[in-house]
Design a binder for this molecule. Structure first.
Ligand SMILES: [Zn+2]
Length: 212
């Protein structure tokens, strides 16, 4: 599985294109920037976009979803239902962040840990519910790649002081659901550089001392 990273989206959020070189199947994780570059890349690589998967309902992660849907109208946008009320606050979030306001993006399908049959090139897309940054946050595990949204960053974790945030929940989510995964898994966060589960167990200042 290949990952093309489009960093430096709005508020420094990252959009990921995950794709398989042989079958050309592809998906997007979040959609925050660079519509032209992303659509050019998809065309150049002749990719068949199957899903737009949203990690959580903050404006910076969904900022370009509606624009992208104009290019790929039949590709479903999917998110966890617990973040629908947060998503409905996107226009207000934009105002608070002093960026141009966008409309609430449309979600085509809801997903949770029970959702089956999401696949890319025969690799299952596993949904891991990680509350704490928001109520409906999810991480996506695709083979040995984890897309962690704003739950886990390289040597940091997501904020817990926003609507629906809770420190004990994010702590539990990371300890019980992410740090129990294979240590060699590469983590692609919603902001900043990739890391690994092993690196975070050792060096994440919120957890390092518990795991070193
Ligand atoms: Zn967020």
């Amino acid at each position: 599985m290949e990952v093309k990273i489009f960093p430096n989206g709005i508020f420094g959020a990252t959009t990921y294109v995950v794709f398989d070189k042989e079958t050309k199947e592809a998906l997007l994780i979040d959609c925050t920037c660079c519509i032209d570059e992303i659509t050019d890349f998809i065309k150049k690589e002749k990719l068949n976009l199957k899903y737009i998967l949203i990690t959580h309902g903050h404006f910076d992660h969904v900022y370009c979803v509606s624009e992208m849907k104009k290019h790929f109208p039949i590709v479903p946008v999917m998110m966890n239902k617990e973040d629908v009320d947060l998503l409905n606050q996107v226009p207000a979030q934009c105002t608070m962040a002093e960026v141009d306001e966008i409309k609430v993006p449309c979600i085509d399908a809801l997903l949770d840990e029970k959702t089956k049959n999401l696949k890319i090139a025969n690799t299952e897309i596993k949904i891991i519910r990680t509350k704490g940054h928001s109520k409906g946050g999810v991480c996506y595990l695709i083979g040995d790649l984890l897309f962690s949204g704003d739950t886990l960053f390289k040597e940091s974790i997501g904020r817990c002081d926003l609507y629906g945030g809770d420190f004990s929940e994010i702590e539990q989510s990371i300890k019980q659901k992410l740090f129990t995964l294979d240590e060699n898994i590469t983590v692609f966060p919603g902001h900043g550089y990739p890391t690994t589960i092993a690196h975070e167990k050792k060096f994440n200042p919120y957890f390092g001392s518990n795991y070193s």
